[in-house]
Design a binder for this molecule. Structure first.
Ligand SMILES: *Cc1c(COP(=O)(O)O)cnc(C)c1O
Length: 502
């Protein structure tokens, strides 16, 4: 393809993408294909001779689009959103156009410098303490691929810090602390690093503190483990867990760490909910003061609820030397004048890989085009849409909220009290009922939700965040959910009996 052919193909691609966005609402959210659908449609080998571009572009539409689940669909309520924007898309396009691996300052100064600036913009938008700014030359922010990478990077830095402070610690006695509600990446980090992981128990607790770790819980665990000769060296605390949006008490656990176990690194995983720090009225709930006072590192994914196309995971650290101590290896072929002089940031020392995509470009585009106000109003709209959904659940005689709504996430289940032959305590019975509900709900392809299990309770999650979701989509989702719930109940004979005997 030459430059003029690219110009034409590029215009055509944008046209097709616009048509796709216009068509989103009419499409089923979930891909309507069976496993293995694609192989029979494609030749066994790459073509011997190059093909016409128009055929290739057509095949994307014919063969690939039907195999996609549409995460930008206004009725996509599954997992957490990957809210994307055209600004972000254009950022990725420009980034691809120069294909810059940006591993050190010299590789392309703009890649490093823009990242340092937009990470400071984001830090200021979130109200983060100046300790986390690149500007101050002590802490700083770096864009990683995912929250899993951000956490792994923090854990590696934490391990080096701990071993430096306690040189005789046997590696097999090190323990990564997570909670039973932490994202599965905590266990994965243990697998990758060959380290023990302990998932601290958190129980339902007080209503507003459900499934949250507090200082007391942490202290008890550390004392137990230390008595066994183990060395917890990092705690992954979460603001907005994946299952239920639970929020660990950051100031509380932070104070316990600082007063008693200062060598434990506190990593705050706010992959989804951290974005709410952009709204001053949400900062208390999102634990800003605890983060500012105690966190060694903080992760917020812009690629979830932050209007920036996947991938863009922001990681801030209070002390950049900890990353560099853990990750700097400089063979001759990577030496540069400025790197040697220590006058520039070489981001290759702030993450696990060498090369890195120019992700700050899309974040820059998004923050400028939306402005902080635009960003805030999008977040507030998502939360009010979620509140509208949660209100339906609250008012419904056949559903209940399993946990209080968290920002833009509602966790609920079918719970008609009259359908409980053995009273409220029969968890297995209600779980089975909800599995039937869930199975039935999955046959409705106009919307997509996902399921979870919290403390043995099977439930369904609705997460609002796709950039084009409107109140009509929420009302539509509620209608479908309510109907499916009714249908499931009506198919149960004991429910009918219970209802008639009322
Ligand atoms: C989604 C999520 C993660 C994992 O995100 P990736 O960026 O895909 O690694 C981690 N923690 C929380 C709380 C999440 O919601």
């Amino acid at each position: 393809m030459d430059i003029e052919q690219f110009r034409k193909a590029g215009y055509d691609a944008i046209d097709r993408i616009c048509d796709y966005y216009y068509s989103l609402r009419e499409r089923p959210v979930v891909a309507q294909v069976e496993p293995g659908y694609l192989r029979p449609l494609l030749p066994e080998r790459a073509p011997e001779k190059g093909e016409e571009w128009s055929n290739i572009a057509d095949d994307y539409q014919k063969l690939i689009l039907p195999g996609l689940t549409h995460w930008q669909h206004p009725s996509f309520f599954a997992y957490f959103p990957t809210a994307s924007t055209f600004e972000g898309m254009l950022g990725d396009l420009y980034s691809s156009s120069t294909a810059n691996p940006g591993f050190n300052w010299s590789a392309s100064p703009a890649c490093t410098e823009l990242e340092a600036v937009v990470m400071d913009w984001a830090a200021r938008m979130f109200g983060l303490d100046s300790a986390f700014l690149n500007d101050n030359n002590a802490g700083g922010g770096v864009i990683q691929t995912t929250a899993s990478d951000s956490a792994l990077t923090a854990i590696v830095a934490a391990r080096v810090r701990y071993i430096t402070e306690h040189p005789d610690t046997p590696l097999e006695s090190l323990v990564i602390y997570v909670t039973t509600q932490t994202h599965s990446f905590g266990k994965k980090a243990g697998l990758v690093l060959g380290l023990r992981v302990r998932a601290l128990d958190v129980d339902a607790g007080l209503r507003e503190h459900r499934w949250a770790l507090n200082g007391e819980g942490l202290k008890a665990a550390v004392e137990q483990d230390r008595a066994k000769g183990l060395h917890p060296f990092v705690l992954i605390a979460t603001v907005g867990t994946t299952s239920s949006g639970a929020i660990d008490r950051i100031a509380d656990v932070g104070a316990v760490i600082r007063d008693n176990y200062p060598s434990i690194w506190l990593h705050v995983d706010a992959a989804w909910a951290g974005i709410t720090l952009a709204c001053p009225e949400l900062r208390e709930e999102a634990q800003l003061s605890g983060i500012n006072e105690y966190a060694d590192s903080l992760c917020v994914n812009f690629h979830k609820w932050g209007l920036t196309n996947f991938d863009a995971s922001a990681l801030w650290v209070r002390d950049r030397r900890r990353l560099i101590d853990a990750l700097d290896i400089t063979p001759e072929y990577l030496r540069t004048k400025h790197g040697d002089a220590g006058t520039v940031v070489d981001y290759r020392n702030w993450h696990l890989s060498l090369g890195r995509r120019f992700r700050s470009l899309k974040l820059w585009f998004v923050l400028r085009s939306f402005g902080i106000e635009g960003f805030q109003s999008y977040l507030r709209r998502c939360i009010s849409l979620n509140n509208a959904f949660a209100a339906h659940v609250r008012d419904s005689p056949i559903f209940e909220l399993v946990t209080p709504p968290s920002f833009a996430l509602t966790v609920f289940r079918l719970l008609p009290s009259q359908a409980l032959p053995n009273g409220d305590g029969d968890v297995a019975h209600v779980n089975a009922l909800n599995r039937s509900f869930w199975t039935a709900l999955q046959t409705r392809h106009q919307l997509l939700l996902t399921q979870t299990e919290i403390g043995g309770v099977f439930c369904v999650r609705l997460a609002v965040g796709a950039a084009r979701t409107e109140i009509a989509d929420i009302e539509n989702a509620w209608r479908i959910i309510e109907n499916v719930g009714q249908e499931v109940l009506e198919s149960l004979s004991d429910y009918t009996v219970a209802k008639q005997s009322q």
